[in-house]
Design a protein around this ligand. Structure first.
Ligand SMILES: [Zn+2]
Length: 74
């Protein structure tokens, strides 16, 4: 749990709403979902990355390319 803050790739605040986006490979998707729920106390949206994003986005938990993005609704 102590490394939670560095596993969330990008957080920005717009009018008090915090946007959380966690990138994950196939291996870490369950972990990413667990981390999101533990931190945000709500269920995330799970989306597949677009083809061009897959090749430029790395998993938040390892060195593999990310396949999914876990984000809160907005
Ligand atoms: Zn991974």
């Amino acid at each position: 749990m102590s490394d939670l803050c560095i596993t969330i790739k990008s957080i920005r605040t717009i009018k008090g709403v915090i946007e959380v986006r966690i990138f994950s490979c196939e291996t870490h998707i369950n972990h990413a979902l667990d981390m999101f729920v533990a931190e945000q106390k709500t269920f995330p949206m799970l989306e597949e990355l677009k083809e061009e994003e897959k090749l430029s986005t790395v998993c938040s938990y390892c060195e593999n390319f990310a396949l999914y993005i876990v984000a809160n609704e907005n």
